[in-house]
Design a protein around this ligand. Structure first.
Ligand code: ATP
Length: 242
């Protein structure tokens, strides 16, 4: 399991942004991390994936472990090699490269020398839209397709845990459902553990097993996804559901 215990993050040497976050992501589950703008969701993912940097005065305290391995203060490379992979924001694909070259770049980042053929085949089976456009420049893809490409690229690194940052951002509802369905299948069929950061609580709780709500750098609520969805008061107040 992936475990955070009393994690604090300081930005600019002074601003305490995460104020002791503890959460557990059991292997094989989808765990949603919900909360409003600025609550600290992205910061939590960056702390896990090693993307916070000392040089910029960003400090992480507390414990972050995946199984028996501590991930805190490890390089992003090391963390990817442990199978913990963050999906970079959808719009950050290499626009001038083809879809397939973008995917192959994901495998390269993982330092994998294995043949990429079987990975590509697997990814194209989940994302037929990417297969159709494999030779097209990534810059010509729609927002939803770029999000799919970002997920596909992360899959090339053989993730055991995938950290997803707001995959629904800016997408039409039909595409949100399509992408969430694929994430659920990747979890069920490939056994990928998922940490799903979302402002779209309704969509996230439909596929998550468990959810946590962050507010101002603290976990204020947690529970099984169906319980969170059923709790009307709580859902309206924290999650904007009605
Ligand atoms: P959003 O959905 O807007 O990304 P979030 O819940 O992911 O929200 P974070 O991005 O983690 O929130 O930001 C948490 C707080 O940390 C915010 O107050 C934000 O302004 C601040 N913050 C984020 N990145 C930095 C940074 N590089 N330097 C200083 N402060 C930052």
């Amino acid at each position: 399991m992936l475990k955070l215990d009393g994690v604090e993050v300081v930005y600019n040497r002074v601003a305490l942004v995460l104020k002791g976050v503890s959460l557990t992501v059991p292997a094989g589950q989808i765990v949603a991390l919900l909360g409003n703008n600025g609550a600290g969701k992205t910061t939590t993912l960056r702390a896990i994936s090693g993307l916070l940097a000392h040089e910029r005065g960003e400090v992480v305290r507390g414990r972050i472990t995946w199984g028996d391995n501590s991930l805190r203060e490890r390089s992003p490379d090391y963390i990817v090699r442990q199978g913990v992979v963050q999906v970079l924001e959808g719009r950050r694909v290499f626009e001038h490269l083809s879809v397939e070259a973008n995917l192959l770049a994901g495998g390269y980042t993982a330092g994998s020398m294995r043949s990429s053929r079987s990975e590509l085949k697997m990814i194209y089976s989940y994302f037929p839209r990417l297969a159709d456009r494999r030779n097209q420049r990534a810059g010509f893809l729609s927002g939803g397709e770029q999000q799919m490409l970002a997920i596909g690229r992360a899959l090339m690194a053989h993730p055991r845990v995938m950290l997803l940052d707001e995959p629904s951002l800016g997408l039409a509802p039909v595409l949100v459902s399509e992408i969430f369905e694929i994430v659920e299948r990747l979890n069920r069929e490939e056994g990928v553990t998922v940490v799903l950061v979302e402002q779209n609580a309704e969509a996230a709780l439909q596929i998550a097993h468990h959810g946590y709500v962050l507010e101002d750098g603290r976990i204020v609520l947690e529970g099984p996804a169906d319980k969170l969805r059923q709790n009307q008061d709580v859902a309206e107040f924290y999650l904007g559901l009605s």
